[in-house]
Structures are given as structure tokens and as C-alpha cells.
Design a protein. Structure first.
Length: 124
């Protein structure tokens, strides 16, 4: 029963903080950059919500096992943070080419002038 509780907690926190919060933060950053074109798709929103939910559920599972085997709360929390950061670093190290291709693909939809506002780069 306790496993179900931690999975549910992780799922809800992941959905709200990582999913909804992440999507709102992306929109805020796009607004701050004065993006002329509104790129806010249902598919993109669902992807961010799903990823947040999955990583939240994973976090709940990790925290459940840590609480089960580690008795001191500060050690449990420190181990949780370290494990989660290792997972993030390991996942990020395999996808730089895909991330770069995705960013350049999204930038191609903007006009040349909007991509280069205030940026001194060779492609502008």
C-alpha cells in the first residue's frame, strides 16, 4: 500500500511541477524573447505533461525504495537528489545531436530576422 502512495505522490508532483509548470515556464520564456510566432501545440503540451508525469512516477519509485532501506531522512533526501541527477545526466549525454536538430528545426520556422535578434552568430 505504501508503494502505491509514493507512486501516486510522485505522479501528481511530476504532472503539476514538471508537466504544467514546465510548459508554463516555456511559454513565459518564449514571451520574454518576444517570439512573434505562437508555437503552442497540443502534441507538444501532451509530450511535456507525459514526460513530467513519467519522471514524477520514477521519482516516487526511487524515493519509496530509499525510504525503505535508508533510515536517516537527510541521507535519504541526499541520495534521492544524487540518483535523480545521475539519471538526468545519463539521459542527457545520449541525445545532444537530437536536441540540436530539434532546436534548429524549430528555429527554421522563424524568419531569419527573428532568430538573429540581438545575436551575433555566424548564421545571422
Amino acid at each position: 500500500m505504501e508503494l502505491r502512495t509514493w507512486l501516486l505522490r510522485g505522479t501528481l508532483v511530476g504532472l503539476v511541477v514538471l508537466g504544467v509548470g514546465g510548459r508554463l515556464l516555456m511559454r513565459l520564456i518564449a514571451h520574454m524573447e518576444n517570439r512573434a510566432i505562437l508555437v503552442f501545440t497540443i502534441q507538444g503540451t501532451l509530450t511535456v505533461l507525459f514526460a513530467g508525469t513519467v519522471f514524477g512516477t520514477l521519482g516516487g519509485l526511487i524515493y519509496y525504495f530509499l525510504r525503505r532501506f535508508v533510515r536517516q531522512p537527510w541521507v535519504c533526501t541526499s541520495a534521492f537528489i544524487a540518483i535523480y541527477e545521475l539519471i538526468i545526466l545519463a539521459g542527457g549525454s545520449h541525445t545532444p545531436a537530437a536536441a540540436t536538430a530539434h532546436v534548429h528545426g524549430a528555429g527554421a520556422r522563424l524568419s531569419r530576422d527573428h532568430r538573429c535578434d540581438g545575436v551575433a552568430s555566424p548564421g545571422c
